[in-house]
Design a protein around this ligand. Structure first.
Ligand SMILES: Cc1cc2nc3c(=O)[nH]c(=O)nc-3n(C[C@H](O)[C@H](O)[C@H](O)COP(=O)(O)OP(=O)(O)OC[C@H]3O[C@@H](n4cnc5c(N)ncnc54)[C@H](O)[C@@H]3O)c2cc1C
Ligand SMILES: *[C@@H]1O[C@H](CO)[C@@H](O)[C@H](O)[C@H]1NC(C)=O
Ligand SMILES: *[C@@H]1O[C@H](CO)[C@@H](O)[C@H](O)[C@H]1NC(C)=O
Ligand SMILES: *[C@@H]1O[C@H](CO)[C@@H](O)[C@H](O)[C@H]1NC(C)=O
Ligand SMILES: *[C@@H]1O[C@H](CO)[C@@H](O)[C@H](O)[C@H]1NC(C)=O
Ligand SMILES: *[C@@H]1O[C@H](CO)[C@@H](O)[C@H](O)[C@H]1NC(C)=O
Ligand SMILES: *[C@@H]1O[C@H](CO)[C@@H](O)[C@H](O)[C@H]1NC(C)=O
Ligand SMILES: *[C@@H]1O[C@H](CO)[C@@H](O)[C@H](O)[C@H]1NC(C)=O
Ligand SMILES: *[C@@H]1O[C@H](CO)[C@@H](O)[C@H](O)[C@H]1NC(C)=O
Length: 530
């Protein structure tokens, strides 16, 4: 056995020498990192190898889907918790030399854990330490490093002003790096569009270790990393955001109706109005299965709302646009915009605003997510069919996020994110569970896929569109081998529609060797297409 393992090692060493003549055979990846670090920023003090007693804690600290916290989940050969750009430059250079895959992690909320596991030998470049935020009210803008969380961004804006905000996601622990590079949406989307529609500059480290800004990277690359995902192109360091005005007082409500309370009629009606109401109104619709007091299962539809204005205005607008919901003044709560970010993530009333700075997630479970786009209202017969199937499956939750407003005014090619006019809403399928193990995971993932299957007749087709930030490996995986271009088109067209080609061209230009890759990265053009 010794002989065979010896021959594997020497075979690998020969491969390394043949493929990477610059690597001297005795130098390990770790030594390479150390020899490329600056004396003032030694890299050795931020490298965690599996023998280090803190390795597991560092790895687990930003695992936000426990489905990928199993003993069977592939583990990194080491983790670099970068504190300085030189650490990132050394990581890129040495990973290229040693042919290792680099996984880039900012907040770790990737739904498929793509930022912290891989089937190939890999390490993690962990960016949680790079989290400074500089907000300038005078300039109505701010620079935000990728390791910051959305909660920190909201807090730092509100600290300086109560009449500015930023349109981004609901969960405060989500990381800027993955969220902004993948589009980023939240409850101000109908008024201001996505996060990327409000990003004006960025800093990235490319495959050659150069630090580039919008001007030096050029418009194609800037476009690509504002919605096309960062991890195909480089390591994003920071984004410059444009603040948006918010009123001193906003209004929220959450009204729930079961089937016995006309949920079917209300959901049907919601589909006619939710994308056409004034763009200051965002009504998220969440549908799940609950038990009635008599022990039967029913569907509960929750109408979860942010309105950029006061309750008198909201009641008047709802009376005109969606009177069937029967909204009353007692349902409405007025607060500041930053307080509404706490309300939306289910913090109890009165929670201090600095809860936004906590990096401990409020819920941490095993989970599966999938997405769809709705272009035509589902009729009542269709809704009744969906209720029947949901009640059979019991666990998966459906969430409809309304489009229209600003979302419908922005050109589908302005950013890689193409799902603009013509969409009533985005649909999210969500299943959470607490039991670990492959068997439980197979069971709950299967339930989620079944509901997605039942929805086929009602949602977008040819292609069945999907949202990059709701990463779903069911819709295609890239093995980054000879068929990379063909494999990439399968999920690439669902996420990006006609923008896929520009992403591939940009990728080919900035990373022709496909160093920056993962299970769903943008491939380079093969020679037969050039
Ligand atoms: C609880 C929860 C709530 C969510 N709510 C919303 C929501 O309201 N709206 C919404 O749009 N999305 C939402 N999402 C999805 C979320 O936006 C994406 O998962 C996002 O990619 C997470 O970013 P991250 O930095 O935390 O993730 P990570 O897992 O760190 O990264 C995600 C992807 O981006 C890459 N990446 C990360 N940082 C960089 C970088 N600096 N440079 C290059 N590539 C990078 C990673 O390699 C990976 O491929 C939610 C997710 C969760 C778990
Ligand atoms: C683990 O790694 C960290 C970072 O490199 C280092 O500071 C620490 O001393 C190591 N701990 C042990 C027990 O080796
Ligand atoms: C992740 O897995 C480790 C090892 O099994 C376990 O100790 C830890 O509690 C898990 N994390 C969570 C949040 O459950
Ligand atoms: C914010 O300002 C500080 C101090 O000038 C600087 O060190 C930091 O890099 C800045 N952060 C960003 C994201 O620009
Ligand atoms: C449900 O709708 C019907 C007819 O539209 C109406 O008569 C009834 O009062 C509604 N019920 C509830 C609980 O709103
Ligand atoms: C509903 O009741 C069933 C038992 O009849 C139980 O297993 C299930 O957990 C309950 N669901 C909820 C959401 O309370
Ligand atoms: C609500 O807002 C409107 C429009 O800004 C304003 O005219 C009205 O006075 C406000 N009402 C209350 C009660 O604050
Ligand atoms: C998981 O466990 C937590 C804590 O006990 C509980 O609050 C939550 O409802 C559970 N989630 C699911 C999906 O069962
Ligand atoms: C779910 O599991 C069932 C039973 O094993 C199987 O027949 C079905 O094909 C699976 N469905 C999906 C969508 O994976």
């Amino acid at each position: 056995m010794r002989t065979s393992s010896f021959s594997v090692v020497s075979f690998f060493a020969i491969l390394v020498l043949l493929q990477f003549p610059s690597a001297s055979s005795h130098e390990t990846f770790q030594q390479c990192l150390e020899s490329h670090s600056l004396p003032s920023y030694p890299i050795s003090s931020i490298i965690y190898t599996p023998t280090n007693s803190s390795y597991s804690n560092v790895l687990q600290a930003y695992i936000r889907n426990l489905r990928f916290n199993e003993t069977t989940t592939p583990k990194p050969i080491l983790i670099i918790t970068a504190l300085h750009v030189s650490h990132i430059q050394a990581a890129i250079l040495c990973a290229k030399t040693y042919g290792l895959q680099m996984k880039i992690r900012s907040g770790g909320h990737d739904y498929e854990g793509v930022s912290y596991w891989s089937e190939s030998p890999f390490f993690i470049l962990d960016l949680f330490n790079l989290r400074s935020i500089n907000i300038s009210i005078e300039d109505e803008s701010g620079w935000v490093q990728v390791g910051a969380t959305l909660g920190e961004v909201y807090y730092r804006i509100a600290e300086k002003s109560n009449v500015y905000g930023f349109p981004a996601g609901v969960c405060p622990t989500v990381g800027v790096g993955g969220h902004f590079s993948g589009g980023g949406y939240g409850n101000m989307m109908r008024k201001y569009g996505l996060s990327v529609d409000n990003i004006v500059d960025a800093e990235i480290i490319d495959v050659n270790g150069r630090i580039l800004n919008r001007k030096t990277m050029g418009e194609d690359l800037f476009w690509a990393i504002t919605g096309g995902g960062g991890s195909s192109y480089g390591v994003v360091l920071s984004y410059k955001i444009k603040l948006v005005p918010v009123p001193v007082t906003v209004t929220v409500f959450r009204v729930e109706r079961t089937l016995a309370q006309n949920a079917t009629d209300l959901v049907y009606r919601w589909q006619q109005v939710a994308d056409k109401l004034p763009e200051e109104i965002f009504i998220r619709l969440i549908m799940d299965v609950v038990n009635t007091t008599t022990g039967e299962k029913t569907i509960r539809a929750a109408f979860f709302t942010l309105f950029l204005g006061n309750s008198s205005q909201l009641l008047s607008l709802m009376g005109q646009g969606f009177p069937e919901l029967g909204l009353t003044r007692a349902d409405c709560r007025e607060m500041s915009w930053v307080e509404s970010t706490l309300y939306w993530t289910s913090f109890p009333t009165g929670t201090p605003v600095d809860a936004l700075l906590s990096r401990t997630p409020q819920v941490l479970t095993h989970l599966k997510r999938k997405s769809d786009y709705l272009k035509q209202p589902i009729n009542k017969e269709g809704l009744e069919f969906i209720w029947k199937k949901m009640i059979e499956l019991e666990r998966p939750v459906l969430t409809f996020n309304p489009y229209g407003g600003r979302m419908a005014q922005i050109s589908p090619s302005a950013k890689p994110f193409p799902h603009r006019a013509g969409n009533i809403c985005k649909i999210q399928y969500a299943t959470n569970w607490n039991d670990s193990g492959v068997e439980a995971a197979n069971y709950y993932v299967n339930l989620t896929r079944m509901l997605y299957g039942y929805m086929t007749p009602f949602v977008s087709k040819f292609p069945r569109e999907a949202f990059l930030n709701y990463r779903d490996l069911d819709i295609g995986i890239n093995h980054n081998g000879a068929n990379s271009y063909i494999e990439g088109a399968v999920y690439g067209v669902k996420y990006f529609l006609g923008n896929y080609n520009r992403l591939v061209q940009t990728k080919t230009k900035v990373d022709p060797g496909n160093f920056f890759r993962n299970e769903q990265s943008i491939p380079t053009l093969p020679s037969w297409r050039k």
